[in-house]
Design a protein around this ligand. Structure first.
Ligand SMILES: Nc1nc2c(c(=O)[nH]1)N[C@H]1C(S)=C(S)[C@@H](COP(=O)(O)OP(=O)(O)OC[C@H]3O[C@@H](n4cnc5c(=O)[nH]c(N)nc54)[C@H](O)[C@@H]3O)O[C@H]1N2
Ligand SMILES: Nc1nc2c(c(=O)[nH]1)N[C@H]1C(S)=C(S)[C@@H](COP(=O)(O)OP(=O)(O)OC[C@H]3O[C@@H](n4cnc5c(=O)[nH]c(N)nc54)[C@H](O)[C@@H]3O)O[C@H]1N2
Ligand code: SF4
Ligand SMILES: [Mo]
Length: 757
């Protein structure tokens, strides 16, 4: 007998509702959930294969311990054996406590990967692990991704989480830089069926300009594509700012500080001044500025291409400067702040936003948002001395493939004294772990998007309870992380005690806060009102009830509760179009938008210096690439997604291919400061001359992993050539775009093995 179940897709940021068909405990079909008010049945090939991912025979069903006694293999591969959960947690406790006791708390580092932002467990328990450890060595995929945006919004709005999203469904004019939502389905802008929403924009007469060194599928959908030299968006953006001032096109709708400073900064960046460094003709820049200013409702939206580059923070900042200067910030059709159901709106925290509250030991890089840059993790593991990292906890990440110079990290990980990984796969990173703690299947896991609902283009909420029960004795990921938090704390406490403590603290604070829906009430009265089967559900219920649509613990009987959301809205609930709410998210001390933060103004000196040396010689600039059927490093074990032609190719312009003497399908070597790799050449006129592109997340040919399909479709890791010494200095973010490389044809007879295909 088959049955149907509904849940949110956990794979990318688009939040699609899925309709699963199950036979017994196997998913036999996946369709888009037509009743989901946000995604309305949209689904992509990744969501459609969630069943295969869920039932992947390579998924770990039991914890693994590294067997250091196994006879060494020729390839030096780590060897792991299955153990029960009690033994696994005991081993984790022994290993971590020994390192903490011997070297102190900073000797344990934590790395939190991307899927953690898509789970309930990550946002609810990740920070508990960090707090319990008390370590300064906190790393995550954020510094390989969006950290520049947090730093930029932290300074502009006093609130690093206040990242405006383009109001896709209502805008008339979208200027998009460094994003390719037709492949990625969008990022920091959750919009199921992003492609359909862009087509609707075009259909209602709206305009779409795409700035990208590749003519991507998204660029082809727009009415204008502008090639840009990788890493130079900040020049283009400041020239747009320049033009708005020069042509008196500025319309301010909000109180700002720093307008005159900004105008003065932009003076020397006229379109003509930046044309050669960016490769964008001056008239094009002027036209875009005029169109932005003239559009009734316009939004500037920029993503990974503009963040993972040397000017990541300046580019991120200038995007929202443009939204502000054109009067489009916080207004319908412009760039707006979503209001997620689980985030209280009564808590306004006016305090100065700072970075660099501590610095990394070796390179002295500043902390941002409580983290240190992933680009310096290898330094901290390899460099001896007081404070050296000796142990590592990874949660849902694969930095060996995803971090800049991942090859160096691979080596560094083998030198650790102890490593624990929470991950469903034994892969390039987790193969180094002494203990691997696998979370259960997606179908056995509840879902709520704490991290992503704050970036959705409509206010929306959905809770998906687990579709299948957990097997006897198997902990949920929330329980795994809670156990690790308790282990890290060194206290003799039950993991549930952690949830109770957090609930009591939060309720007590809310009760004490004027403006909160439970102001003046007693914790002992509120706590019994919470409903949920697990600690995580109780906490979600609490957050929803204190949130802007919540029932306020009975104050508004029609308001949201977890039970109501789950039982009355199994397909999710639409909470309306985005509404202006700047005053709720603006936390600057001045109560104004800080348009020209001094640290950003100072960093403009780097832009100025770069105006002079725009010459690259005959080298190339490397950029990344995403494909609809892939997702970072971890969907390559799903046969349906990796079938077909090799996608891990080096794209280059046909003129460049001719110049270096390479034809389609031939092998090229890519060499950078840090390393070299070989890949198959794919000449295409879709890419700008002088630029080459290779996707990331491949390179599955290392020994000691258990991902058979991925091994057969290994590809090569682009992060063998990206440089961990190059960062965006303001955010510490990794630089994956605009990496200088040499590309040369590999002659017959000198080919190296470069992955199996
Ligand atoms: N199918 C699929 N979807 C995904 C992912 C995936 O791996 N596969 N990953 C997910 C994750 S973790 C993220 S963060 C998001 C990212 O989502 P997006 O930001 O949409 O990511 P990309 O598709 O890589 O698009 C980045 C674009 O930037 C361009 N680019 C490169 N360098 C520059 C530059 O210097 N300037 C400009 N203007 N453009 C540049 C690239 O050519 C590329 O087209 O996607 C998410 N969704
Ligand atoms: N060159 C280059 N490098 C890049 C990028 C690029 O564009 N170019 N993009 C960067 C970006 S945007 C990002 S976000 C990072 C991603 O970097 P990472 O987060 O380090 O890498 P992922 O490949 O997303 O790793 C996912 C891991 O999580 C595991 N996993 C999957 N589901 C779960 C789960 O439910 N729980 C747990 N605990 N684990 C799970 C998978 O098995 C896999 O090991 O890569 C960055 N690296
Ligand atoms: S677009 Fe993203 S959320 Fe939607 S089905 Fe595909 S992977 Fe899942
Ligand atoms: Mo990402």
């Amino acid at each position: 007998m088959s049955r149907t179940a509904y849940r949110t897709c956990p794979l990318c940021e688009a939040l699609c509702g899925l309709e699963l068909t199950l036979e017994g405990d196997q998913v036999t079909g996946v369709r888009g959930d037509a009743a989901d008010p946000f995604s309305r049945g949209f689904i992509c090939p990744k969501g459609a294969t969630l069943g295969q991912l869920d039932g992947d025979p390579d998924r770990l069903h039991a914890p693994l311990l590294r067997d250091h006694t196994a006879p060494a293999r020729e390839d030096d591969a780590p060897h792991h054996v299955e153990v029960d959960w009690t033994a696994a947690f005991e081993a984790a406790e022994r290993g971590l406590r020994r390192v903490i006791d011997e070297y102190g708390k900073d000797a344990v580092a934590v790395y939190i990967g991307n899927p953690t932002a898509h789970s309930i467990a990550g946002p609810l328990y990740g920070s508990a692990i960090i707090k319990s450890l008390g370590t300064r060595n906190v790393y995550s995929a954020s510094t390989a991704d969006q950290m520049p945006k947090h730093v930029s919004c932290g300074h502009l709005f006093g609130n690093p989480m206040a990242i405006p999203v383009p109001d896709l469904d209502r805008t008339d004019y979208l200027l998009m830089l460094g994003a390719n939502p037709l492949e990625s389905n969008g990022s920091l802008c959750s919009a199921p069926d992003f492609p359909g929403r862009l087509k609707a924009l075009r259909a209602r007469g709206g305009r779409l300009t795409v700035v990208d060194p590749r003519r991507t599928r998204t660029a082809r959908l727009g009415d204008r594509h502008v090639f840009i030299r990788p890493g130079t968006d900040a020049y283009l953006l400041i020239a747009l700012v320049h033009t708005l001032f020069a042509e008196e096109l500025v319309t301010l709708e909000h109180e700002v500080n720093g307008l005159d400073d900004l105008r003065a900064l932009a003076v020397e960046f006229a379109p003509e001044a930046v044309a050669s460094v960016t490769g964008v003709p001056a008239p094009t820049i002027r036209t875009i500025a005029r169109e932005l200013a003239a559009a009734e409702r316009a939004a500037v939206y920029a993503r990974i291409g503009t963040c993972t580059q040397a000017f990541g923070t300046l580019a991120s900042w200038l995007v929202d400067v443009l939204n502000t200067l054109t009067g489009n910030l916080d207004r319908p059709g412009g760039a707006m702040f979503p209001r997620p159901a689980h985030t209280p709106t009564y808590r306004i925290r006016r305090r100065p936003y700072t970075t660099g509250r501590w610095h990394s030991r070796v390179r002295e890089l500043p902390e941002t948002n409580g983290e240190l840059p992933i680009a310096t993790l290898a330094d901290e593991i390899e460099t001896p001395g007081e404070g050296q990292i000796k142990a590592l906890i990874t949660i849902g990440g694969n930095p060996v493939l995803s971090a800049p110079n991942g090859a160096r990290l691979d080596g560094a990980f083998s030198g650790l004294e102890f490593m624990v990984s929470v991950d469903p796969y034994l892969n390039e990173t987790t193969r180094h772990a002494d203990v691997v703690l696998p979370p259960p299947r997606p179908t056995q896991t509840g879902h709520y998007d704490f991290a992503l609902l704050g970036f959705a283009v409509r206010n929306y909420a959905r809770y998906s309870p687990p579709v299948l029960p957990l097997p006897e004795g198997r902990p949920s990921e929330a329980e795994i992380l809670a156990r690790l938090a308790v282990i890290a704390s060194g206290l003799d406490a039950a993991p549930d005690a952690l949830d109770e403590m957090i609930i009591e603290n939060t309720l007590a604070k809310a009760a004490a806060m004027v403006g909160s829906p439970v102001h003046g009430r007693k914790v002992s009265e509120l706590r019994p009102l919470l409903d949920g089967d697990t600690g995580a559900e109780l906490r979600l219920d609490m957050m929803l009830r204190l949130g802007p649509y919540g029932d306020g613990f009975g104050a508004d009987p029609d308001g949201l509760t977890l039970t109501g959301l789950r039982d009355d809205h199994p397909h999710g609930i639409d909470l309306g179009a985005l509404e202006p709410r700047l005053e709720e998210v603006l936390w600057t001390i001045s109560g104004r938008i800080e348009l020209c933060p001094p640290t950003f103004a100072a960093d403009v000196a780097r832009l100025r210096a770069g105006l002079e040396d725009a010459d690259l010689g005959d080298g190339f600039l490397l950029i990344g690439r995403r494909h609809l059927r892939s997702n970072n490093s971890w969907l390559h074990n799903v046969p349906e997604l990796v079938g077909g032609s090799n996608r891990c190719t080096l794209q280059l312009n046909p003129a460049d291919a001719d110049r270096i003497g390479v034809a389609a399908g031939e092998v090229v070597r890519i060499v950078s400061r840090v390393g070299a790799l070989t890949a198959t050449a794919e000449p295409t006129s879709e890419i700008m001359p002088g630029v080459v592109s290779l996707p990331h997340g491949w390179g599955h040919d290392r020994p000691g992993t258990r991902t058979r399909v991925a091994q057969d479709n290994a590809g090569v890791s682009v992060n063998a050539v990206t440089d961990e010494q190059e960062i965006d200095p303001l955010s510490g973010n990794a630089v994956f775009n605009g990496v200088p490389v040499r590309v040369e044809a590999v002659r017959e007879g000198e080919r190296e093995v470069s992955g199996k295909r």
